[in-house]
Design a protein around this ligand. Sequence first.
Ligand SMILES: C[S@@+](CC[C@H](N)C(=O)[O-])C[C@H]1O[C@@H](n2cnc3c(N)ncnc32)[C@H](O)[C@@H]1O
Length: 370
Amino acid sequence: MTASGDSPFPELKKTHTMARTGRPYTDYKPPAAAPVWAAIEGYGRFHVLVAALELGTFEALARGDDRTGDELAAELEVSAPHLTTLLEGVVALGFLEHHHGRFSLNDTAKRYLLVDGPASMVDLVPVSPGPLANWSDLTDTVRTGSPPDPIDDDPVAFYRPLVTGTFTTIFRCASRADRQLRYSALDTPRVLDLGAGAAPWSCAILAANPGATAIVNDLAGVVDLAEAKLAEHGVGDRAEIRPGDYLEIDVEDGAYDIVVLGHILRAESDDRARALIDRAARALKPGGRVLIGDYFADRQRALEPHALMMGVTTMASTRHGRVFRFVDLATRLRGAGFEALRLIEPIGFQMVAVGTLAPPTAARPGGTHP
Ligand SMILES: C[S@@+](CC[C@H](N)C(=O)[O-])C[C@H]1O[C@@H](n2cnc3c(N)ncnc32)[C@H](O)[C@@H]1O
């Protein structure tokens, strides 16, 4: 056999051996196409999951034994060959088992994809990418520097379904965060929840600490969702609703033990994000903590793919959307008077930056921002 006959890329092997280049051996095998296929499939993967949820396939499978596509289709009154093909797609996504022609839920589906699953993401899935039409316009958004239909122009219409869909996941994050933050052990803490959505943080803190009270803010057309959830969790009597723009409502200085900025900074301009952090610093008592739920990029903006994709998601639908590097947020927080900065991940994929307001200094009299 000739040297050129035993390898698909004989030239590359010859010129890049360590003996020739003096460098450690480098594998010049062409890169796999898998990431390209993963991107192409991304669109379909989302819609397969949404369709499976909308058709009630997971709930149906949870009600009985393993079933064939035909059996399930009869139960759901849909086309059997089409449902079977869809279910095979769900198998490819990793949410169903398929053995001897019968489909069954796996542990991931039982935990995240059932309405009453212990960590249900059923309501989150369809709303999480934002308005789907904005994804089709992404190229133009990048060309022109703004989405054609930014949610900033009609925030209420977008945020009502969004915060309804994200409540369960963020409530789980906020409840689990007590293991690290121990807000349940604080003595009658006062909470300020800005841009609270359906108030997952206030619900969690007030439920865990019977002495806690909260000021819960959101836009006038959204805040009734918070009111309803607080009542549902039996803590409505300890929450005061303060509707309006979170930079314009009245907020007492030096009065709070916890200020929550949950998933609001990345959709705001730099100036308004800075003003929100300063507002949190002014509102807190010394020793009080700001909790910033968001997705943070690493220093190189390369190592946190979920955060980077959330940056694109927010950019696709808002005028200012992007994600911050945690290191930049930390600089901003220190400048506003915070110390003991840390980043916690109470549940997978949900990061919370925490900062403690330092005691007042000569440069920061009264604990307010200079
Ligand atoms: C992504 S949701 C986050 C909800 C909640 N904080 C959480 O962590 O799940 C952003 C919230 O900010 C609210 N919001 C947006 N702009 C606002 C403004 N100018 N003033 C008050 N709330 C605002 C939206 O209505 C929405 O409920």
